[in-house]
Design a protein around this ligand. Structure first.
Ligand code: AMP
Ligand code: GLY
Length: 413
């Protein structure tokens, strides 16, 4: 069978790598992919991004299954369009993708279905928002309603900061429409965890827990990035936390999806905050996390294609999802200057499959692997303990180098 994976990051490389392990899979196309994915057997890039063209390709090439990595094509309706043509695709409908695509929609959904989340108010009028922040307690969190590539959240310590954030989002329109409407939300203190789950609309199964490291500098300092490394499982996700999550967040979410009649076959990523008052839901993502995927998939013992096909055919209740023992850590190597300005085009040494590597901002020019983005690649390690996994991930990273390579030294520590 042929499989099509949509996306171009480290997450998609990990997805392609795992899918290619299924013996029934002959070819994996990654659209548009990146210069590093082709180190995997059976995998090649496909230079198409337009949804209609992708659908035509899937149809003409008799692609048996399409797996969507990022949120944007999901909110744009790629799943609806593929299904109209009878093509098999793993992901939520555009309406269901609003759970990520609109923070107001998702917070209202959480409130309606009794899912524990930070208190909030939503605004489309700056004067009302300004009035609200005069009397709220600080810190407060201002969030753009729409998709803002992970940058649409501002934690504000006082009125002045909140006012600036609101003006940037609503008046200066820094997110090109996505911040015209906002959420102003209670600040929660605690530790974060990422829990991916898979659903077919009837059954929902959690994956092993994970933890992202969002800030650029060691110790969680500096500006937020797309994620500088991840570990799985998340050491803060005790039995008790997972029980609280499943009972009070995960299952009510499935119930909400059913009651709202949302067509949802795919991944639901729950971004949670573990607090002294229990587990809160920060956000939904309607796709796998990056870089969480690069730490979670190496631990998946079950076949990923079998899992996805069970979900697509609504037979998830029969599927036994199994994990390897131990832990996994992945560390991101970024270009110097990221998440602000950075240079690209530097040769990457040691870009080899045996170094447990997934490519993100990588291109191949005249047979040479070169940097082409902010987050360039990850290396990962699997170990019996988290400490071992961390050590192996960093050992692999030592075998890789490029001009200006930057990475955090405290992932999983
Ligand atoms: P989100 O896009 O909603 O996940 O927010 C991005 C990041 O902002 C989260 O991963 C948290 O680190 C932080 N954040 C979001 N909402 C809150 C909140 N209510 N309290 C504290 N931190 C938050
Ligand atoms: N790692 C967080 C995300 O993928 O949004």
């Amino acid at each position: 069978m042929k499989v099509l994976v949509i996306g171009s990051g480290g997450r998609e490389h990990a997805i392609c790598w795992k899918i290619a392990q299924n013996p029934r899979v002959d070819r994996v196309f990654c659209a548009p992919g990146n210069g590093g994915i082709e180190i995997e057997d059976k995998c090649s890039n496909l230079n198409i991004t337009d949804i209609d063209e992708l659908r035509d390709f899937a149809s003409e090439e008799k692609v048996a299954l399409t797996v969507v990595g990022p949120e944007v094509p999901l909110t744009e309706g790629i799943v609806d369009k593929f299904k109209e043509k009878g093509l098999s695709i793993f992901g939520p409908s555009s309406k269901a993708a609003l759970l990520e695509g609109s923070k107001i929609y998702s917070k209202n959904f959480m409130r309606k279905y009794g899912i524990k989340t930070a208190e909030y108010a939503d605004f489309d009028d700056i004067d009302k928002a300004l009035e609200y922040i005069e009397n709220c307690s600080y810190p407060v969190v201002v969030k753009a309603d729409g998709l803002a590539a992970g940058k649409g959240v501002s934690i504000c310590e006082n009125y002045g900061e909140a006012k600036t954030a609101l003006e940037n989002f609503m008046i200066k329109d820094v997110f090109k429409g996505a911040g015209k409407k906002v959420i102003v939300e209670e600040f929660l203190q605690g530790v974060e965890a990422s829990i991916l789950t898979v659903t077919d609309g009837n059954t929902i199964i959690p994956f092993i827990s994970s933890k992202d490291h969002k800030q650029i500098y060691d110790g969680g300092r500096g500006p937020n990035t797309g994620g500088m490394g991840a570990i799985a499982p998340n050491p803060y996700c005790s039995e008790e936390v997972l029980e609280d999550f499943e009972k009070n967040i995960m299952l009510p979410t499935l119930k909400g999806i059913q009651q709202e009649n949302l067509d949802y076959t795919g991944i639901i990523f729950f971004g949670i905050m573990i607090t002294k008052k229990g587990v809160y839901l920060l956000e939904y993502n309607v796709r796998m996390g990056d870089p969480e995927t690069q730490a979670v998939l190496p631990l998946m013992k079950s076949d990923f294609v079998d899992l996805i096909q069970a979900a697509v055919s609504k037979k998830l209740s029969d599927f036994k999802l199994e994990w390897k023992e131990g832990a996994c850590c992945c560390v991101v190597a970024a270009s110097k200057g990221y998440p602000a300005k950075y240079e690209t085009g530097f040769e990457i040494n040691g870009f080899k499959k045996e170094n447990n590597i997934f490519a993100a901002g990588v291109k191949k020019e005249d047979g040479v692997f070169k940097t082409s983005g902010g987050r360039v690649l990850v290396t990962y390690g699997i170990g019996a303990s988290l400490e071992d996994a961390v050590e192996y991930a960093y050992e692999n990273l030592k075998k890789v180098s490029f001009n200006g390579m930057y990475f955090r030294k405290d992932i999983g520590k």
